[in-house]
Ligand binder design. Structure first.
Ligand code: NAD
Length: 297
């Protein structure tokens, strides 16, 4: 029997586990605060940001939302980030990506104070993570580690294949899996758009993390029997539904679940974990900035 990994359930456990830390902080006079900044007209970005705000409200984090006209100057965004950096009630800052083309994305990542960078994308935080001393682990790969842990997937000594080398998923996932640390110690291969024999690599993998953004790229016949398959992909494909599309992952679920031992669905797998780990990082950030020791799940 294949285990379907329930991301909603594990995310709910993470959120419940944060309650204690939030209570401790509030008793010490600090309400964790997360600022989201949206400089985009993209409906998907708007949805992501509003979900993050709703998540904050649910667990008792103070959500602050700033919207900047997509046509405004880059300086307007940098001034906003400066203000949020200086605001003592704001412990985490998240600028929703992508920002408009006239804004230098790398400068945005550098502008956020590292201690408030709850996405973990500031170069200082990336460096710390690579060195095995992460302040904030990036939300998606951290959430995947939590899923693997919750479902007793042994990473130590396992052959892991990460499909995708993006800065937000593939690279940090690879880094976390190779760390000499819990939920690390995996022998990890990174496949990407120039990989010659994806299938050959996948067939050897005990753990597959698919983050290519290609609908149903990974099919059951490419997988090793009993492997653990984590599908990060969220792809809109045309479908005969009310909305005119449906969401599919980077893994062909139906064929993969016949071969895999454990597999995440889309939706309901990695997505909820990404959201939960943002709350986790925000609570951690509030603890650090108010000098209060908080227990994290
Ligand atoms: P990206 O487009 O930045 O990177 C995709 C990577 O996949 C690239 O490194 C590329 O080299 C590789 N790739 C592309 N085609 C490939 C192929 N045929 N074979 C092997 N590798 C290939 O994407 P991203 O930001 O890392 O996101 C990947 C997917 O995950 C997207 O569908 C995105 O929507 C989704 N995503 C989901 C969450 C979540 O919380 N569930 C979070 C972030 C991203």
């Amino acid at each position: 029997m294949t285990d379907i990994i329930d991301g909603n359930e594990v995310a709910a456990e993470v959120r419940a586990g944060l309650a204690d830390g939030i209570e401790t902080l509030k008793a010490e006079g600090t309400t964790p605060g997360l600022a989201t900044v949206l400089m985009s007209d993209d409906p998907a970005s708007e949805t992501y940001v509003s979900m993050k705000q709703r998540d904050c409200e649910e667990v008792g984090i103070n959500g602050i939302h700033v919207e900047i006209d997509a046509g405004a100057s880059a300086e307007k965004l940098f001034d906003t980030i400066d203000d949020l950096n200086a605001d003592e009630d704001v412990h985490g800052i998240l600028v929703q990506m992508p920002v408009p083309k006239h804004v230098d994305k790398r400068r945005v990542l550098r502008a956020i104070k590292p201690v408030k960078d709850v996405d973990g994308f500031h170069p200082e935080n990336v460096g710390r993570m690579v060195a095995g001393n992460a302040l904030y682990k990036p939300c998606t790969p951290h959430g995947i580690q939590k899923l693997l842990e919750a479902y007793d997937v042994e990473t130590e000594g396992a052959e892991a294949v990460v499909v995708g080398r993006s800065d937000i998923v593939g690279k940090p996932m690879t880094n976390l899996l190779i760390q000499k640390a819990p939920m690390g110690n995996a022998t990890t291969t990174v496949c990407h758009s120039r990989t010659q024999d994806l299938e050959g690599h996948l067939r050897e993998a005990d753990i597959v993390v698919a983050a290519a953004g290609v609908p149903e790229l990974v099919t059951g016949d490419m997988l090793k029997e009993g492997s653990t398959v984590i599908d990060v992909g969220i792809n809109r494909v045309d479908a005969d539904t009310e909305k005119g599309y449906e969401l599919v992952g980077d893994v062909e679920f139906e064929s993969a679940k016949e071969v895999a031992g454990k597999i995440t669905p889309v939706p309901g797998g990695v997505g909820p974990m990404t959201r939960a780990m943002l709350l986790y990082n925000t609570v951690k950030a509030a603890g650090i900035q108010s000098d209060v020791t908080v227990n994290l799940p």
